[in-house]
Write a protein that binds this ligand. Structure first.
Ligand SMILES: *Cc1c(COP(=O)(O)O)cnc(C)c1O
Length: 383
């Protein structure tokens, strides 16, 4: 429903129609594991068992599909559950081209779980197109990237990567967690699969862990659904309800995240305790032009390098009050963290060094509090 409408309207209405029993405007939380059948094997609209299908989850999946401009959405019990589902498309001997700066848990899944099953991967800096082209082998079946990357906020040209992947007969999957469909639509840029940790901006209120996949091809959607139903990493109806409630405000939240982050980034760029600010909205960002081309705004994430290294970083992180020292990102409340010790601790030190993930690096997820309070908090912590 309303899939042809503009983004803000889709956020609020897509996938949802008044409940057929009562007319309830809000999609009910269907806490049911099973559905009564009229006759053996005769049931309504595919509803036979809630691992396979649940009405609250269906509403969320249809909503997410509409937000990303896809034909099919699948939601999961975590972002890693959704990534796992994609990797189960592969067979032993297959090869993946992976961007060098991915979420730590994604790297761990490739390295520690799928590598032992015979799936190989090459990590490459995808801002370097020649290096990326050279990373393909005749076994490459999948290209996996995040943009903006986590935590160094590199911007990877999605359309260029789609062209490269398709020329080699591989699928392109883009983890769109940082940008969200409010700012960037990978399917429209040529990607085959969009992956999300809905724990972050889509959920937006730090109260639910979840994941999602969206595709524009029905057949690929069926294959992924088969994997999901076979493996079983499905979200609860309650989690689906919370996420669906959150996507209704995605467009306004993202607008404020972007406005605040731009101001905080400008402020920190002129702060003497900060050696360097990485923000895709700054013209000094090496891929600023790519960001302008494929994103409608620059997001709520900022990475900074502290002039005083690890000691200064620790001091700052212990002193913030509005920013909370915590893993995760994308909620209404501002978070701050130290990737080398926290979110990316599972990435080996030598791998971290290669991508500039040093001990001086601090990642900020700028929330939607008043920006003057956010800036005052950072100034006090850096004083
Ligand atoms: C958090 C995150 C994930 C993993 O999602 P979970 O919901 O924690 O399982 C994957 N990709 C990115 C970019 C993330 O930030």
């Amino acid at each position: 429903m309303h899939n042809d409408k503009r983004f803000a309207t889709r956020c609020i209405h897509a996938g949802q129609s008044p409940d057929p029993t009562t007319g309830a405007i809000t999609t009910p939380i269907y806490l049911t594991s099973t559905y009564v059948q009229r006759s053996p094997g005769e049931f309504k609209d595919g509803y036979d068992y809630s691992r396979s299908k649940n009405p609250t989850r269906q509403a969320l999946e249809d909503n997410l599909a509409a937000l990303e401009g896809g034909v099919r959405g699948l939601s999961f019990s975590s972002g890693l559950g959704s990534i796992d589902c994609v990797l189960h498309l592969l067979s032993s001997g297959d090869h993946v081209v992976l961007c060098d700066d991915v979420y730590g848990g994604t790297f761990r899944l490739f390295k520690r779980v799928f590598e032992q099953l015979g799936i190989t991967f090459s990590r490459v800096d995808m801002t370097d197109h020649d290096a990326t082209r050279a990373a393909f082998t005749d076994k490459t079946k999948l290209v996996w990237l995040e943009t903006p990357t986590n935590p160094t906020l590199k911007i990877i040209d999605i359309a260029a990567m789609a062209e490269m992947a398709h020329a080699k007969g591989a699928l392109l999957c883009v983890d769109n967690t940082f940008a969200t469909p409010a700012l960037q639509n990978p399917l429209a840029l040529g990607a085959d699969i969009v992956s999300h940790s809905t724990t972050k901006y889509l959920g937006g209120h730090a109260d639910v862990v979840g994941g999602a996949l969206i595709v524009k091809d029905e057949e690929l959607g069926d294959k992924l659904w088969f994997n999901q139903n076979s493996v079983g990493a499905v979200p609860s109806p309650m989690d689906c309800f919370l996420t669906l409630r959150s996507t209704k405000t995605l467009h306004v939240r993202m607008q404020r995240h972007c406005e605040n982050a731009a101001k905080v980034a400008d402020h920190l760029a002129n702060h003497k305790a900060i050696e360097k600010v990485v923000y895709p909205g700054h013209t000094t960002h090496p891929q600023h032009e790519v960001a302008k081309k494929q994103m409608s705004d620059f997001g709520g994430m900022i990475t900074v390098y502290l002039a005083g290294g690890l000691d200064a970083a620790k001091r700052m992180l212990e002193r913030v009050q509005i920013f909370s020292l915590a893993e995760s990102l994308g909620g209404v409340e501002s978070l701050i963290e130290h990737p080398a010790i926290m979110t990316h601790g599972s990435v080996p030190p030598e791998e971290r060094a290669k991508i500039g993930l040093t001990d001086a690096l601090v990642r900020l997820s700028v929330g939607i509090e008043d920006v003057a309070d956010q800036i005052a908090d950072l100034d006090a912590a850096l004083a």
